[in-house]
Design a binder for this molecule. Structure first.
Ligand code: FES
Length: 201
C-alpha cells in the first residue's frame, strides 16, 4: 500500500456544495449515465465558477463512490469529471503520474478530466454508463474510462487537470494547470466498450 501523496491544507468546498455535486452525479448515474445528464453537455463548455486549487471532497470517499457507482463524479461548476485510475497499470504512472498525484494505494488514484470541452470542437462529453466510455454527442468521438481517445475525429484524448491530495485528505484539482490530453496512440487502459454505446459513431 503506497502512502497517499499529500500537500498542505486548503479549505474544502462547502459540504453542501459538494453534496450537490454528488447528488447531480448520482442522478446522472441513475439515469443510465446519459439521459438528462446529456442536456448539460449540448453547449461548448469551459470551466466556470471554480478557479485555482479547489478541494472537491474526501479522496477516499470519492474513490469509493466512483467505484461503487461505476461512474465518474461530475463537478459541473468546474467542467470536471473525477475518475479512478490505476497507477500500477503498465505505463500508467510514466504517462500520468507526474501531474496526477492523488494516489490512494498502489492501484487506486483519482484524476480530473475536462469533460466539458471535447478536443475536437469543444462540445461537452457525457459519460455513457452502458459502454463505460465518454461519448461526444456532436460528432461521435469516444474516450475510454481514462479519457483516452478510442475513435472519432478528436485529435487526442480528453484534457485534464493536475491534482493532488492535501493534508486534510481532500482531493484537490488545480484548475490553473490544464494538461493537454494524451495522444491518439495512448491506450494504457486497453478498455473495450462494456455495453451498448450512447452515441452512434
Ligand atoms: S466536438 Fe466532440 S466529436 Fe466533435
Amino acid at each position: 500500500m503506497a502512502d497517499a501523496k499529500r500537500r498542505p491544507g486548503l479549505k474544502p468546498v462547502e459540504r453542501r456544495t459538494f453534496l450537490r455535486y454528488s447528488l447531480i452525479g448520482s442522478v446522472g448515474a441513475g439515469l443510465g449515465g446519459f439521459g438528462l445528464a446529456s442536456l448539460g453537455f449540448l453547449w461548448p463548455g469551459s470551466p466556470e465558477g471554480l478557479f485555482g486549487e479547489v478541494p472537491l471532497g474526501n479522496a477516499n470517499d470519492l474513490a469509493d463512490e466512483i467505484q461503487n457507482e461505476r461512474a465518474p463524479i461530475r463537478v459541473p461548476e468546474g467542467g470536471i469529471s473525477i475518475i479512478v485510475w490505476d497507477p500500477s497499470a503498465s505505463g500508467a504512472d510514466a504517462a500520468y503520474g507526474e501531474h496526477h498525484q492523488a494516489i490512494l494505494s498502489d492501484d487506486v488514484g483519482l484524476m480530473a478530466l475536462n469533460s466539458s470541452s471535447c478536443p475536437h470542437l469543444g462540445c461537452g462529453v457525457p459519460w455513457c454508463q452502458s459502454s463505460q466510455w465518454f461519448e461526444c454527442p456532436c460528432h461521435g468521438s469516444r474516450y475510454n474510462r481514462l479519457g483516452e481517445w478510442t475513435g472519432g475525429p478528436a485529435p487526442r484524448g480528453l484534457d485534464r487537470y493536475a491534482s493532488f491530495i492535501n493534508g486534510d485528505g481532500q482531493f484537490v484539482v488545480d484548475l490553473g494547470q490544464e494538461l493537454t490530453g494524451p495522444a491518439r496512440t495512448a491506450n494504457i487502459l486497453e478498455q473495450s466498450p462494456e455495453g451498448p454505446h450512447c452515441v452512434d459513431a
